[in-house]
Design a protein around this ligand. Structure first.
Ligand SMILES: [Zn+2]
Length: 322
């Protein structure tokens, strides 16, 4: 007897019936870059279709996001106000704090997640406080991260997402949030964040490239799977509500590993390099537009529950019709 798996591919209706992985706008998180200034909506050169917005231009953008069916956004702040200890990161009138307040004044229909790190606010571009040798001092950095997270919660963030990869930061942030009564503010931990070459376009977008050296003393070696599982386990122990793997497409095995081991929601960050590669290939006619859907769907198939992706708006064209 010939086995005939093709029987289940015979028509679109049959294929729809047996589809194993479906994307849903409700599980996508759309990143937004907010800049200082007024009347700014400018496309980020290295990320076609992604823009810098000044706060006064957020009205239209938030409406557009909601019209696409997106329910979750992640806010990144871009500022020229930088110093050695990232003071603008936890200022009440900091860029992210003002952006969160603005979004919350416009709508209650969005889950507002904020990126918590120091690199966007330090003049040296590293994700923490440096010691005399230029090494990031882990334990002194924790206090600053907790202050940044608290200031985001005070501005109205629903969830904070520490992306620095310092040891112990999830616990430090949870403690400070709880002490100030923000027990409902969740922590989406960048648990397995690799020192990846796929972040290039983001560093342009966020003006956060390190002024010297690299981030290999805190972000993970791309070769290490088991260490990624340890990082996830520690973050869960410290109180992370969700754990993240970043990047996504070159790390599908890590996403699958986390899915198999842990029962908290798994987030995957489909990063800027992954986005720009596909976008540029589409614009050159090298790939079909559907490649966007296939890439993001593969992240879901690998085991991610939630996907942070710059493709979120584009995907509305496929989700539902697929
Ligand atoms: Zn950082």
């Amino acid at each position: 007897m010939i086995r005939r798996p093709r029987r289940l591919r015979v028509s679109k209706i049959t294929r729809d019936l047996v589809r194993e992985t479906r994307l849903d706008m409700k599980v996508l998180v759309y990143p937004i870059f907010v800049v200082e200034g007024e009347n700014i909506k400018s496309e980020i050169k290295s990320m076609p279709g992604v823009y810098h917005f000044s706060i006064d231009k957020l009205d239209d953008e938030i409406e557009d996001i909601i019209n696409h069916g997106i329910q979750n956004i992640m806010i990144f702040g871009v500022t020229h106000d930088k110093d050695a200890c990232a003071s603008s990161g936890f200022a009440e009138d900091g860029i992210v704090q003002r952006a969160v307040r603005k979004v919350k004044s416009l709508t209650n229909d969005l889950n507002v997640i904020t990126d918590v790190c120091m690199c966007e606010y330090t003049d040296h571009g590293h994700c923490g406080i440096l010691d005399d040798t230029g090494y990031v001092d882990n334990d002194r950095t924790l206090a600053v991260l907790a202050k940044i997270a608290l200031s985001h919660a005070q501005a109205g963030a629903d969830m904070v997402a520490p992306s620095d990869m310092m040891d112990g930061r999830v616990g430090a942030i949870r403690k400070v949030l709880d002490e100030h009564g923000f027990v409902k503010v969740g922590i989406m931990a960048y648990s397995a964040k690799f020192a990846s070459n796929f972040y290039g376009p983001f560093r342009d977008a966020a003006d956060s490239a390190p002024a010297f050296g690299d981030r290999k003393t805190y972000q993970m070696d791309p070769s290490n799977f088991r260490e990624a599982m340890l990082e996830c386990a520690y973050d869960i122990e410290e109180g992370a509500d969700m754990i993240m793997v970043k990047p996504a497409l070159s790390y599908l095995d890590v996403i699958r590993g986390a899915r198999d081991r842990f029962d908290v929601p798994i987030v995957a960050y489909n990063v800027s390099g992954e986005y720009s590669m596909i976008k540029l290939a589409i614009s050159q006619g090298l790939l079909n537009e559907e490649a966007m859907y296939e890439a993001v769907m593969s992240i879901k198939r690998a085991g991610a529950d939630i996907i942070i992706t710059y493709f979120a708006k584009d995907l509305v064209r496929y989700i539902g019709s697929y």
